[in-house]
Write a protein that binds this ligand. Structure first.
Ligand code: 9MR
Length: 372
């Protein structure tokens, strides 16, 4: 029989810096029975959130919610190049190690985000090596070292993040990133092969944004992504899942057509791939200032989106890109922040860590989801 370790008092737990939170909290702490993670698990869905080391060290409430509601943690910063690669020659694993330990001590799964992304690169990277050999060596070293270090401990890796950008005008719809400029489209296959060699156990994911709406622009992105995936699979590239980021806007709900998104998910599933919702949040940009109406619209958007995706058995995982409105990337983003300057309310807990209608909407959608 499994013997429970004595649980530290709340005060002890909250007074303990992240790196020192004892392992004995693990078996007792994971996604409590009433939490979202436990609800999702009953439906065969892994549920979690992004989280940063700074958030849990600063806020006992974030620690509590991340423990009670989340069965998976996705470090929001610590696995990105600016954290891992302070200089061209050195690696700094302290943040990533601490976050992974934090998850493991709670019996939570973790995802790595992201091995190759044009969007968060350290200053020393500049535009990257322009020549193929230089970029190849850089990716080989980065992916081999990082994915190798955490091999067997991560559920999945976002191997390449946001490789598609129809606006860049290429016939294949791929983004003109520094990686592509140096290596051509082969950088994507190469990255997945390097990741598979370094961590054969991780589910290797191609993560993309702007896939959710029934607009011409997002249709172009879906089409380019499907073509990319088909090519990768034809070439025998080890890709196992797509990540649908799902940064949603309540004001854009007229552009959301569940049938369109579900058809896309079925096409992905038809290729033998899983679908993960990797960065779900809902901005209230564009809505009037009244809080009750904003919160209701955001909640409806969560509910409608989750009902649609969870109706598809290929959707195995849902990760929120934020827990509390206190810590949100959206006020810093010119695409997501409100034009009237009010703070956005995009996450399931408010500024004071009280559950909002969005929390109940997410719980309701998880309860209503068919089991997989
Ligand atoms: O939410 C993240 C924000 O705190 C970071 O400053 C930013 C750059 O590292 O990345 C944000 O997360 C992005 C994610 O990594 C990829 N998809 C879009 C997310 C929101 O910009």
């Amino acid at each position: 029989m499994h013997m429970r370790q004595p649980r530290p008092t709340r005060r002890q737990l909250l007074a303990t810096p992240l790196a020192l939170v004892p392992a004995s909290t693990a078996s007792t702490a994971r996604a409590s029975a009433a939490g979202l993670g436990a609800l999702a698990a009953q439906r065969g869905v892994i549920f979690g959130s992004t989280l940063t080391r700074g958030q849990v060290e600063e806020s006992p409430e974030m620690l509590r919610i991340a423990t009670d509601d989340m069965a998976m943690i996705v470090p929001g910063f610590e696995f990105k190049w600016p954290a891992l690669r302070p200089s061209a020659g050195a690696f700094d694993f302290s943040g990533a190690d601490a976050m992974l330990r934090f998850a493991e001590q709670r019996g939570q799964a973790a995802r790595g985000h992201a091995l190759v992304w044009h969007g968060a690169l350290p200053a020393w990277f500049g535009d990257g090596p322009a020549d193929a050999a230089g970029m190849h060596a850089l990716l080989r070293r980065h992916i081999g070292t990082v994915a190798g270090r955490y091999a067997g401990r991560l559920h999945s890796w976002d191997v390449v993040n946001e490789p598609v950008e129809p606006w860049d005008g290429r016939p294949d719809g791929l983004r003109a990133s520094p990686f592509l400029r140096a290596l051509g489209p082969d950088y994507i296959d190469l990255s997945f092969r390097l990741a598979a060699a370094a961590d054969p156990a991780a589910r290797l994911t191609l993560n993309e944004y702007g896939l959710e709406l029934a607009t011409a622009e997002q249709e172009a992105r879906r089409t380019a992504l499907l073509a990319l995936l088909e090519g990768m699979l034809r070439r025998g590239v080890p890709v196992h899942a797509i990540g649908i980021q799902a940064h949603l806007a309540a004001a854009a709900s007229a552009d959301f057509d569940p049938a369109v998104l579900r058809r896309f998910i079925r096409r992905v599933a038809g290729l033998g791939l899983d679908c993960y919702v990797t960065e779900l949040d809902v901005t209230d940009r564009g809505l009037p200032a009244g809080i009750a109406a904003r919160d209701a619209a955001v909640a409806r958007t969560y509910r409608g989106f989750l009902e649609a995706v969870l109706a598809e058995p290929a959707v195995k995982l849902v990760v929120l890109w934020g827990i509390s409105d206190r810590y949100t990337w959206m006020n810093d983003s010119r695409f997501a922040r409100r034009e009237d300057g009010l703070p956005v309310r995009p996450h399931p807990y408010d500024n004071e860590f009280r559950p909002k209608p969005a929390w109940h909407a997410i719980a309701g959608a998880l309860r209503a989801a068919p089991p997989r």
